[in-house]
Design a protein around this ligand. Structure first.
Ligand code: ADP
Ligand code: ASP
Ligand code: MG
Length: 408
């Protein structure tokens, strides 16, 4: 009997009506003869609400207690969805992540899944029951509850699909599939029929919230077929897989963006003999995630290094720089807030050298200043002023031929 995994995101289980709709989709798959394991997120904005409750009670609450709190969100959905499926005449049982055998590393708030020991779920599926499992959580080797980071239910779904040797992992969400860019920002965004794991991984890593990057990584490593599908309507969604046909031969497949970027520039009075390692080791030690790095060493200009980080890491980064000023040997640090990162992604770029030049040209025509650049084989990212972000995405989307024709 074919096994499948269906995952429902927060919006898709936000109230009893939507839970009933999700239950209906599950029952339809059971009626098609499938064994179904369901993974769920917390209802609607529950995770945010739990976080603000914690903030009110204790703004410096430890990560262990936050995990205990956040893990409850998914548990509410799992039991309610199991009840809703049972109400439709199909047997269903809910399980927490640890009951389902999800073991993670021993880190709170952003743990990686290490193993899924799925025997209990397999036995339940073999009896004909639907299993409904809480996403976003597991337990470490000593039995402490852990969570996987925001958006982590996607990763639970893929990891469990791999452990169950499922035929497919369907991610049901509040849009019709993966689009050329976020359809909530750009009305002319077009739904993709398919996209490769590599492109999806870049787009997810570069800020598109539609899939948790680790979910794509797991799927790619195990060649698990992944689909992003609408929960609120019929539709096949987008298939994410290894090899895809090039739609319209477009070099750029998608555009991702991220707000709240900060650029920090560290300047030195004297030619810099120390190693870049010093500064970035100090930042890494304090868990500051550095993204793009640009260094200038020329005899006729003051040596400097600029790097970009997320706004949430800004206070910590400044703290690290100031408290280590002497060891790091710099004379002045400058920062610029209110920036955004916009990235174009496409496997076709590997064999098309002019794409970055094209991107800069489009931005110049739109009079948008580029503050930093970073490239890889299949993407080009630029840091620009945040107020210009929407204009930049709109122009790039149009000029690279991604606009839907006869827009909605
Ligand atoms: P869920 O709660 O189902 O996990 P998310 O909010 O995490 O849903 O992800 C879906 C959202 O991702 C969409 O509502 C959309 O605004 C956003 N998104 C960003 N980039 C894209 C993209 N390229 N294609 C589709 N959705 C995108
Ligand atoms: N409930 C968690 C979050 O809001 C996990 C998820 O939805 O994937 O981030
Ligand atoms: Mg999500």
């Amino acid at each position: 009997m074919e096994r499948i995994v269906m995952k429902f995101g927060g919006t898709s289980v936000a109230n009893p009506e939507r839970i009933a709709r999700a239950a209906q989709l599950v029952v339809e798959e059971v009626n098609r003869g499938k064994q179904v394991a369901v993974i769920v997120s917390a209802m609607g904005k529950t995770t945010d609400e739990l976080l603000s409750l914690a903030q009110e009670v204790n703004p410096t609450a430890g990560r262990r207690e936050l995990d205990m709190l956040l893990a409850t969100g998914e548990q509410v959905t799992a039991s309610l969805l199991a009840m809703a499926i049972t109400a439709k005449g199909v047997e269903a049982r809910s399980y927490t992540g640890w009951q389902a055998g999800v073991t993670t590393e021993s880190v709170h708030g952003n743990a990686r899944i290490e193993q899924v020991q799925a025997d209990r779920i397999v036995s339940a599926l073999e009896t004909g029951a639907v299993t409904v499992i809480t996403g976003f959580q597991g337990a470490d080797a000593s039995g402490e509850l852990t969570t996987l980071g925001r958006g982590g239910s996607d990763t639970s779904a893929v990891a469990i699909a791999i452990a169950l040797d499922a035929a497919v992992c369907d991610i049901y969400t509040d849009v019709e599939g993966v689009f050329t860019t976020d359809p909530r920002l750009i009305e002319k965004a077009r739904k993709l029929e398919e996209i490769s794991y590599d492109e999806m991984l870049e787009i997810a890593n570069l800020g598109a919230g539609v899939l948790h990057p680790r979910a794509v990584e797991f799927a790619k490593n195990h060649l698990m077929p992944l689909r992003v599908r609408p929960a609120h309507m019929d539709g096949q969604g987008t298939v994410i897989k290894e090899e895809i046909d090039l739609e319209n031969n477009l070099v750029v497949r998608g555009i991702a963006f991220e707000r709240d970027v900060v650029r920090i520039t560290v300047m030195y009075d004297v030619p810099y003999n120390g190693s870049l390692a010093n500064i970035f080791t100090a930042l890494a030690k304090h868990h500051v995630n550095v993204d793009i790095i640009v260094q200038t060493i020329r005899e006729d200009v003051q040596p400097s290094v600029s790097f970009s980080i997320k706004k949430e890491d800004f206070a910590e980064a400044i703290n690290v720089l100031e408290s280590n000023k002497e060891e790091l040997g710099y004379s002045r640090a400058d920062f610029e807030v209110g920036l955004a990162k916009v990235s174009i992604v496409g496997s076709g770029m590997v064999s098309n050298p002019g794409v970055a030049a094209n991107m800069f040209d489009i931005l110049r025509q739109a009079v948008i200043p580029v503050k930093m650049v970073s490239t890889s084989e299949i993407k080009v990212s630029v840091v620009i002023p945040e107020p210009e972000m929407e204009k930049a995405v709109t122009a790039l989307h149009e000029q690279f031929g991604l606009d839907v024709t006869g827009a909605k």
